[in-house]
Ligand binder design. Structure first.
Ligand code: ATP
Ligand code: MG
Ligand code: MG
Length: 383
């Protein structure tokens, strides 16, 4: 049967949970590898889950035994474990793609061969002040010092404004493998969700992302005040970048729109992505639906990736009290066309993604008007 193959998911956080929601609607069993009672496991009752971490070799082996196709909600997984099990189980996207992408420097070196425009950058080998100062001479200030690995939500980035910041920057990212990027003077950040199938590279429309403290706060779909031409160019760039990797599934591509309307790639995630959450309400198929279909070789009508109604997604980030996210969700209960997603992660921690809200409306202006009171609530929570 088309839906009888079992999916194994490395990671049971909110992204895994939303993948399980998609699997559930198609009667596809999703076996999740994560801690007991992780958000994804809470909505999936069967005996195929594995308790452990996606960083433990033995746990990955166990998951491989219980599924037909394995995927990951996060790129920071043990790709050596994936390489080992790839002979027994289909791994999507490929372990090679995940391994290259999880190291942001290697990702960029790989993409450079395909002519993808990116901020100029330098690798640090010794992580000394002299080495960083030399990069500063070449790239100019400000520049962004970045950890090559284990980066998310800007935890791994440090803005170096001048030579005087060098000691602080190296202290903040000490003991991590580093590279440094030339500053990108962007007027807007854009993102495109790309779906790689067995024989096609499809894309959702271009969206606008707004980050606060390097964490995604808002996503406007489609991107506001962006011409059709730029929308098309961003999608084409995203598809070209993703085509450089092996394997199937969803990839999130972040880009900068520069002052002269040219595009630059910021980074790729080898997975479903926060910038694509709007697709749950905004499109015929969500990024999670498309990911599952892509890895199982099921049809994805391109029309289902179009935006049906302008959508705005607002992240609910944890504040100082453990229940701040519930206040945001409670306010959203009374807002028309506000879809509330709480991730059931337990108590909030500052900066932790606890849920999101998507508002859809006939026009972007209407969606902006409807969501504004919620943005105010979220801003107060974080203040
Ligand atoms: P994510 O949670 O998206 O995985 P991350 O920790 O991997 O984030 P990046 O996406 O590399 O980090 O950077 C986070 C944000 O920092 C970007 O969205 C952008 O706002 C800013 N940024 C990153 N690189 C640069 C740059 N070269 N110039 C200016 N701003 C930058
Ligand atoms: Mg990243
Ligand atoms: Mg990013």
């Amino acid at each position: 049967m088309w839906n009888s193959r079992k999916v194994g998911i490395l990671g049971g956080g909110q992204l895994g949970r939303m993948l399980v929601e998609s699997c559930n609607r198609l009667n596809i069993q999703a076996n999740v590898l994560d801690a007991e009672n992780s958000p994804a496991k809470q909505i999936s009752f069967h005996d195929g889950h594995v308790t452990g971490s996606f960083k433990e070799r033995e746990a990955v082996r166990q998951l491989a035994k219980s599924c037909d196709v394995m995927t990951a909600e996060i790129e920071h997984v043990d790709t050596y474990a994936l390489e080992e099990v790839a002979s027994q189980v289909q791994v999507e996207p490929s372990w090679q793609a995940i391994r290259t992408i999880q190291n942001k420097f290697n990702q960029k070196e790989h993409l450079r061969k395909y002519g993808i425009p990116m901020a100029d950058h330098r690798e640090l080998v010794k992580n000394t002040p002299e080495e960083l100062a030399e990069a500063g001479e070449q790239l100019g200030y400000p520049m962004m010092l970045k950890s090559k690995t284990m980066a998310y939500d800007g935890r791994g980035n440090f803005r170096v404004n001048s030579k005087e910041d060098i000691p602080d920057a190296l202290e903040a990212l000490k003991d991590r493998p580093l590279y440094v990027e030339k500053w990108a003077y962007f007027k807007m950040e854009l993102a495109v969700m790309v779906i790689k199938t067995k024989d096609e590279v499809l894309s959702y429309p271009t969206v606008e992302t707004v980050q606060e403290d390097s964490i995604c706060k808002l996503v406007y779909a489609p991107a506001r005040n962006v011409s059709d031409k730029i929308n098309e160019e961003a999608q084409a760039l995203a598809r070209k970048a993703v085509a450089a990797f092996e394997g199937k599934g969803a990839f999130g591509v972040e880009m900068f729109l520069l002052e002269d309307n040219s595009l630059m790639l910021c980074e790729i995630a080898s997975r479903i992505h926060n910038s694509g959450h709007y697709t749950i309400e905004g499109c015929g198929l969500s990024q999670f639906d498309s990911h599952i279909r892509a890895i199982m070789d099921l049809p994805i009508p391109a029309k289902s990736l179009e935006i049906r109604q302008p959508s705005i997604m607002l992240n609910i980030i944890g504040g100082s009290a453990p229940d701040t996210h519930l206040k945001a969700a409670e306010a959203a209960l009374s807002i028309p066309n506000a879809a509330i997603h709480l991730y059931s992660k337990g108590a909030a921690k500052p900066g932790r993604k606890m849920g999101h809200i998507t508002v859809t409306a006939a026009t972007m202006h209407e969606a902006e008007t409807i969501i504004q009171p919620l943005i105010d609530v979220v801003d107060n929570i974080r203040a």
